[in-house]
Write a protein that binds this ligand. Structure first.
Ligand SMILES: Nc1nc2c(ncn2[C@@H]2O[C@H](COP(=O)(O)OP(=O)(O)OP(=O)(O)O)[C@@H](O)[C@H]2O)c(=O)[nH]1
Ligand SMILES: [Mg+2]
Length: 242
């Protein structure tokens, strides 16, 4: 048995999903894996189902009807994890931007006292490989913007590589989480920060995906721009569970 669950949301990740599952299973410590797939047209979920024969007790799959965004996929996964008693719950992308070999480092930070450990690209300089300059600037700029508006001192607030202790997810009212893209990542950190949980950043190297297509789009950027201001407003007036 393990008390660790890695949640991996997928949409059209046929080229990555088998390798990422294998890479997590190759880690010394046994991490369970939950794939939350949004009925990917490329058949990602069928491949996962065939792999579940290999890992019947370790690999799980939840398929949702249609593409509904990364945020709601994670909320679905968080509830699934809490119902099943996992103690350490991880967020990780399917595209190898986050190295599975860094999972134990996030885990260790939580064992050693953090409530939430973030795999951070910007804790020491800028550790991003192969991203076009405009994406680095956008992402790095976002971290300044979030700090300025919210006052939260997190170097990489849009990071999607995270380990949560279950008490953090229990304390956040998951049904009231508003956002789905980068703003979702900011929102989870801001909610944890307002609840005074101990957030620690672990420096990681982030590498752009080599296979499959990006699901980034401009609406995700606008959601974050307006979302951060909305969250600050809600936090002042104690609205929406902030
Ligand atoms: N279930 C689900 N997963 C999603 C959705 N959108 C993105 N994902 C997954 O979330 C993870 C991060 O998405 P990416 O497309 O890599 O986003 P990104 O890292 O900002 O962009 P690139 O690295 O440029 O592709 C990947 O595993 C995607 O397959 C969605 O709507 N539903
Ligand atoms: Mg990616």
């Amino acid at each position: 048995m393990t008390d660790c669950l890695v949640i991996i949301p997928t949409y059209n990740e046929l080229e990555n999903v088998e390798a990422i599952i294998q890479a997590v299973r190759d880690l010394e410590r046994g991490y369970h894996i939950l794939i939350v797939d949004d009925n990917s047209p490329d058949g990602t979920s069928n491949l996962v189902r065939s792999l579940m024969v290999r890992y019947p007790e370790e690999l799980y799959l939840e398929v949702r009807k249609e593409k509904a965004g990364l945020g709601t996929a994670y909320i679905h996964g968080f509830k699934w994890a809490l119902e099943r008693g996992y103690e350490y719950i991880f967020e990780m992308d399917a595209d190898f931007s986050h190295r599975p070999t860094d999972l134990p480092r996030l885990h260790r930070a939580c064992i050693n006292g953090a409530d939430m450990a973030i795999g951070s690209r910007y804790k020491r300089g800028v550790n991003v490989v192969n991203w076009p300059l405009h994406r680095v600037l956008l992402s790095y700029g976002a971290s300044f913007y979030v700090k300025l508006i919210t006052g939260m001192r997190v170097h990489d607030p849009t990071a999607g590589f995270v380990c949560y202790k279950r008490k953090v997810l229990e304390a956040i009212e998951l049904d009231r989480v508003k956002f789905v893209g980068y703003a979702f990542q900011i929102e989870m950190k801001f909610r944890a920060y307002l609840k005074k949980f101990r957030i620690e950043e672990i420096s990681i190297i982030f590498t752009d995906r080599e296979k499959g297509k990006s699901k980034m789009n401009t609406s995700i950027v606008w959601e974050a721009v307006f979302g951060v201001i909305s969250m600050k407003f809600w936090s002042i007036f104690k609205l929406n569970g902030f």
